[in-house]
Design a protein around this ligand. Structure first.
Ligand SMILES: [Ca+2]
Ligand SMILES: [Ca+2]
Ligand SMILES: [Ca+2]
Length: 207
């Protein structure tokens, strides 16, 4: 499922708005992620826009997503009462955005000319089990490297008690170049959903 971005205009003093979105046949999202700041979160990030009684995403029928907004409140990206609600967001099924640990349990420094291999961990938590990820669907970096010989293992990389999926890549397959500051991993789940994770990196050996 892709990202959505829209703007709702309101007529003052009206501050509330709801938007119903009908998903394509067979697509049944069960959560909605928004991108931005909230009154409780001063930095810009993805967050789950669960319904809290006033704002958030509801799923009144299968395939139907209802977004409830109040101008200036959580979910309105501009966070101000200005008769406009700005919505950058994305519906998700199992989980759209996951946390990865580039060079699992090690620092994120990489020499793009290195001839070796390294591990990346896809991290699990209470509502996401990385072991469900389809290993053959995983790609990493600008060159969309696939997992080297499908090498994988399971281990708790971040010590949160949930077993994480480790997959191995060959540096030269990734397309990571000198000066790159982030790397993106994409993968599919058995439900056919795309998941995306990113981590910061630092390149060395580039002189
Ligand atoms: Ca607003
Ligand atoms: Ca790391
Ligand atoms: Ca873990």
């Amino acid at each position: 499922m892709g990202h959505l971005q829209f703007r709702i205009g309101l007529t003052a003093p009206d501050r509330e708005a709801s938007v119903d979105i009908i998903m394509p046949s067979g697509v049944r999202p069960d959560r909605y992620y928004k991108y931005g700041r909230t009154p409780a979160m001063p930095s810009t990030a993805w967050y789950r826009f669960d319904y809290d009684g006033s704002t958030g995403a509801e799923f009144p029928f299968p395939q139907r997503l209802r977004l409830n907004f109040i101008d200036g409140e959580r979910g309105d990206a501009d966070l101000i009462v200005n008769s406009a609600i700005i919505d950058p967001g994305a519906p998700g099924l199992a989980r759209t955005f996951v946390t990865i640990d580039f060079k699992a349990a090690a620092d994120n420094v990489i020499n793009p000319r290195d001839k070796g291999k390294f591990w990346v961990a896809i991290l699990s938590d209470a509502d996401f089990d990385a072991r469900q990820v389809n290993v053959s669907s995983i790609t990493l970096g600008p060159a969309a490297a696939t997992v080297f010989r499908q090498r994988q293992k399971v281990g708790d990389a971040d010590g949160n008690g949930y077993p994480d999926l480790w997959v191995q890549f060959r540096t030269k397959d990734t397309g990571i170049a000198c000066g790159d500051t982030e790397v993106i991993l994409k993968a599919g789940t058995p439900g056919g959903e795309l998941i995306v994770g990113r981590d910061v990196i630092r390149t060395v050996g580039c002189k």
